[in-house]
Design a protein around this ligand. Structure first.
Ligand SMILES: [Fe+2]
Length: 249
């Protein structure tokens, strides 16, 4: 994640979209109900951690447009209040992730699901409608087919672009489903309980034109490095990655 933030600082894209599940919020999750974790008081702690480790470093290197989608983990405090204390939830503003994370202070927009960020493309987190496929890219392709528009999403933690093409007589139309992977430290995903996972680290890049946009999936390697336009960023094991050079200066 640090390398991706550094990359954003170097590359200066026109816009940055965080695809959702920025914060885990394990304390008010349904998995914690009735366990010790439910009583831990971690919502403000986790919000401050996220500001310090994501929003502040991002804003230190990038002052362009930043939009964040609400994922199923981000919405846990809000949903918890809705189900446990609806009389308070109706008027509550505090336990919404955009306020817990102080989006206003950082000049960040909360994006609505199906946010149209480029011609022919919308962004969702991916939990808004049911349906998951274990093959990378297929969940997004399924949602794209239903929506009739190319869809980029997170949620599955898998990284792939999956096209769906229709047409005849040489007139073909392609829409894409794009799952952008994850940027988690998998060792810290306690809920995996050291079991197997079929996740890929990565992120997405879009080259946006007037009438269409070209998607690219960028896999992030085990050492945290990745290649964009032929250049390797953030390599730490060997010393010729772009950020590693900076450290040696
Ligand atoms: Fe999710």
């Amino acid at each position: 994640m640090k390398n991706v933030i550094d990359f954003i600082g170097v590359y200066q894209p026109d816009m940055v979209i965080q695809i959702g599940d920025l914060v885990d919020y394990p304390t008010p999750s349904r998995w914690s109900a009735g366990t010790r974790t439910e009583f831990e008081a971690g919502v403000i702690r986790d919000s401050e951690y996220t500001q310090k480790n994501f929003l502040e470093p991002l804003r230190a290197v990038y002052d362009g447009g930043v939009g964040i989608l609400e994922g199923n983990h981000d919405e846990r405090p809000r949903k918890y209040l809705e189900s446990r204390a609806p009389a308070l939830a109706a008027e509550d503003k505090f336990y919404r992730f955009e306020n817990l994370l102080e989006f206003g202070k950082y000049g960040i927009a909360k994006l609505p699901p199906y946010y149209p960020f480029a011609p022919g493309w919308v962004a969702i987190h991916g939990h808004e409608s049911p349906g998951l496929n274990q093959v990378a890219g297929r969940t997004a392709a399924m949602k794209a087919k239903k929506a009739g528009v190319s869809v980029v999403m997170g949620h599955t933690h898998r990284l792939a672009i999956s096209p769906e093409t229709t047409g005849f007589n040489g007139k073909l139309k392609t829409i894409y489903g794009f799952e952008v992977g994850h940027l988690m430290d998998v060792r810290k995903a306690g809920y995996l309980k050291n079991g197997p996972a079929n996740w890929q680290k990565g992120f997405g890049l879009f080259y946006v034109g007037k009438y269409a946009a070209t998607p690219q999936a960028i896999p992030v390697e085990d050492d945290g490095s990745f290649v964009v336009e032929g250049e390797r960023f953030g390599e730490i094991k060997r010393s010729n990655g772009r950020f590693a050079k900076k450290v040696n200066e």
